[in-house]
Design a protein around this ligand. Structure first.
Ligand SMILES: [Fe+2]
Length: 162
């Protein structure tokens, strides 16, 4: 039943961008788990917990993105091999220090934020307020956690030089 009153063509770009966001979020999620497990050093307790909070949040958002795609009567990408092919977020390899991990997460956030803006643009054009509402909330959450990670990553030497 066409309960939302859209036609498929109007939503095609939104669905494509939501699937791109889903793929990027899945790789981002695994990067966070990787860092949660492998972080070492004096910031272990802070970052181990912070990465867990971020991946727990990401897991909920991944589910919401996939279910939004289904709500729009389309199919969410569901295979990990497809996510890896589609994602702009890259698997984090060889990222070993706590500082590099935080910078890598910030880099992932930049990709996700760009992708969210693409979703918002397409959904806005299609008058798809439900997707705008959902992803708009995700965008402001991600901007806020990016600010916090960016603040964490400032080193004393950067502050002195600024
Ligand atoms: Fe754990």
């Amino acid at each position: 039943m066409n309960y939302h009153g859209f036609n498929k063509n109007e939503l095609a770009l939104t669905v494509k961008n939501l699937n791109q966001l889903l793929a990027d979020y899945q790789v981002y999620y695994q990067n966070l788990r990787n860092f949660h497990w492998n972080v070492q050093g004096e910031n272990f307790f802070d970052l181990h917990a912070k990465f867990e909070a971020l991946y727990t949040d990401a897991r909920l958002k991944i589910d919401a993105i996939a279910e939004r795609i289904l709500t729009l009567h389309a199919k969410p990408m569901s295979l990990f091999s497809d996510y890896l092919n589609a994602a702009n977020v890259q698997e984090a390899r060889g990222v070993e220090t706590d500082h590099r991990m935080v910078l890598e997460i910030l880099d992932n956030h930049k990709i996700l934020i760009d992708c969210m803006r693409g979703v918002l643009h397409a959904a806005g054009k299609a008058n798809d307020e439900g997707t705008v509402d959902l992803i708009g909330g995700f965008l402001s959450d991600l901007e806020k956690s990016s600010w916090m990670l960016d603040a964490w990553a400032v080193r004393k030497v950067d502050v002195v030089m600024a």
